[in-house]
Design a protein around this ligand. Structure first.
Ligand SMILES: [Zn+2]
Ligand SMILES: [Zn+2]
Length: 353
């Protein structure tokens, strides 16, 4: 039980305005809920999309934060397999597990009220001291004892996204993979595609600093900065003129959308991971005969348990991505640094109290 009835929380007040507010500590509303005491939350680029007013279903007045770990503080009677005191990851999507989509693993499309991406968007999220998690049995995963908080923080969102992207891209060993965007999600995608043993991972970004980060941490074999090199030409040189077998578009710009299908080889897969803020043009007349397969976002975040197992066994280590930590009191400075991409920031962790 929470000690006081008030807590601090980051609230999306209206387009362009976030603020640290005092809010009531959430309480159980259904027997399938849990209340999680947040030990760490991350700031995600989706939070910036919401701030900019680019997420139509985001509700003003909502507490942000959908990348969360914590300790179960209260638990509903119908949540099985978990108990008060468990250290858990929280899925960015909450899902019923019973509807048409959930039964097929498409949890992002969960049709139950409160299903899909609602936490930190249309329902109060976890950049706060406590968060109410609906469908807790589906959406909380116990963190193995010797996995530290830093290693588990990104499981519920960016690692889930990278893991899902790698799953849907139909990867095979020894392929050439191009990842456009070396931000947190691009780097997570590189971490998860490595599980499929690509022959070569090419990371593309206009930030030389982020490219070097990727190379330093073994997440890129080749780096390309479009400001300095012709990306399409370089990719063709690397692939005997064919193009990349699999392309992940994780940058979210008009130019990067175009780059994605241009650098893909014939009959390749283009995986659109990014969240765009405006429509993109798909010039089918230009790509006729290229026989591309397009896959589009967003993530079905239903593999947190598997990802935790991979972390436990040393197959994935996302700790280097957490470059900055701020207390909840200083969270607005954290947002500023993250949005400005200052000081080599990749991910900002927020620690309440
Ligand atoms: Zn996110
Ligand atoms: Zn469902």
């Amino acid at each position: 039980m929470a000690n006081s009835s008030k807590m601090k929380a980051v609230v999306y007040q209206r387009e362009g305005v976030l603020a640290l507010e005092e809010r009531p500590v959430p309480v159980l509303q259904k027997s399938t809920d849990a209340i999680v005491k947040v030990t760490m939350a991350a700031i995600c680029s989706s939070d910036l999309h919401i701030k900019r007013g680019a997420v139509p279903r985001a509700k003003p007045g909502t507490i942000l934060g959908h990348e969360i770990i914590g300790i179960i503080d209260e638990i509903g009677n119908d949540v099985h397999g978990l108990k008060k005191g468990d250290r858990v990851t929280v899925n960015c999507e909450t899902f019923c597990g019973e509807c048409y989509f959930c039964k097929r693993g498409y949890v992002n499309n969960c049709s139950a009220p409160g299903g899909g991406w609602t936490l930190g968007c249309s329902a109060d999220g976890g950049q706060a001291e406590y968060v109410r998690v609906p469908f807790a049995e589906n959406c909380l995963n116990k963190i193995p004892d010797h996995v530290p908080d830093d290693a588990a923080l990104l499981v519920g969102d960016v690692l889930s996204t990278g893991y899902w992207a790698a799953q849907i891209a139909d990867l095979h060993p020894a392929e050439t993979i191009a990842i456009i965007g070396a931000g947190p999600t691009g780097l997570s995608t590189a971490m998860c595609t490595k599980l499929y043993s690509p022959a070569c991972t090419v990371m593309i970004d206009i930030s030389q600093e982020r490219l070097e980060f990727a190379r330093k941490h073994g997440l890129a074999d080749v780096i390309i900065n479009p400001k300095e090199e012709d990306v399409e030409k370089k990719i063709r040189e690397l692939t005997d003129g064919r193009g990349a077998d699999r392309v992940f578009e994780v940058a979210g710009g008009k130019n990067t959308f175009e780059m994605a299908w241009k650098i893909a080889r014939c009959s390749g897969v283009v995986c659109i991971v990014a969240m765009y803020e405006e429509p993109q043009m798909l010039p089918l007349h230009e790509m006729y005969g290229k026989n591309l397969v397009f896959k589009t976002g967003g993530v079905h975040a239903s593999c947190c348990g598997e990802i935790l197992q991979l972390i436990e066994n040393g197959k994935i280590d996302a700790r280097p991505l957490i470059t900055h930590k701020f207390t909840l009191d200083d969270v607005m400075e954290g947002y500023r640094v993250f949005e400005a991409q200052e000081d080599g920031v990749i991910k900002v962790a927020v620690i309440p109290g």
